[in-house]
Design a protein around this ligand. Structure first.
Ligand SMILES: [Zn+2]
Length: 207
């Protein structure tokens, strides 16, 4: 007899949820924005807050064994992400999302802002005060209407999918080797399977 298994499929994370609908001890995924600067707590775990499209704010915990704490700590407020989670209830009755995977969808642009450069000395000039222009501290050249120079900072973080180290995988966690190899059913199979099992329906035919 052949059994069809949902092990290693991320089946528990397929359901997209809003923050307000997340019940304790459930799993799913949520599309959201980073709403607080990630902080490292005892044990090397990383905590940050997310905000969904409806204004719900929830804490996310990234545990050290997942190997994703470094990536998580580089997120900044405004980054658009998707989080696969298992929800837990903390002692203060606060639902916390334990991160099971992270998709970075869009990184906020960050800029370095500096004073204009002296044409003769190639050094950054000194501001003379608001709207008073800039002066070179070496050759004393003054410019009246110089503007600050804005350059985009390298975030050193790439968009895309980040999954935990194999040691932190739960039995349902989809390993990286299965990504892109998902079984797709044809429509006759889907109709048959929808009648026979509920979990196939929940997965939308993607196992
Ligand atoms: Zn100069």
């Amino acid at each position: 007899m052949i059994f069809r298994s949902n092990q290693g499929t991320n089946l528990h994370l397929l359901k997209e949820n809003n923050g307000i609908n997340i019940k304790p001890y459930t799993s799913g995924r949520i599309t959201c924005h980073v709403a607080s600067t990630p902080s490292v707590i005892n044990g090397g775990h990383v905590i940050f807050k997310i905000r969904d499209g409806f204004g719900s704010i929830l804490p996310v915990a990234v545990y050290q064994p997942t190997g994703l704490t470094k990536i998580a700590s580089m997120l900044i407020i405004g980054d658009r992400i998707e989080v696969g989670y298992g929800s837990h209830l903390k002692s203060n009755n606060q639902i916390t999302l334990n991160l099971e995977y992270l998709i970075i969808k869009e990184l906020v642009k960050v800029y370095n802002i500096r004073n204009p450069t002296c044409e003769k000395c190639s050094k950054n000039m000194k501001s003379e005060g608001k709207n008073k222009g800039y002066q070179c501290y070496i050759c004393k050249t003054r410019i009246r209407n110089g503007v600050k120079i804005k350059t985009e900072k390298n975030r050193k973080l790439k968009s895309g999918l980040y999954i935990p180290e194999p040691i932190a995988h739960r039995h349902l966690t989809k390993p990286s080797s299965r990504y892109g190899m998902e079984k797709r059913f044809n429509s006759i199979e889907i109709k048959y399977l929808l009648k026979s099992t509920k979990w196939i329906k929940d997965s939308g035919g993607l196992i």
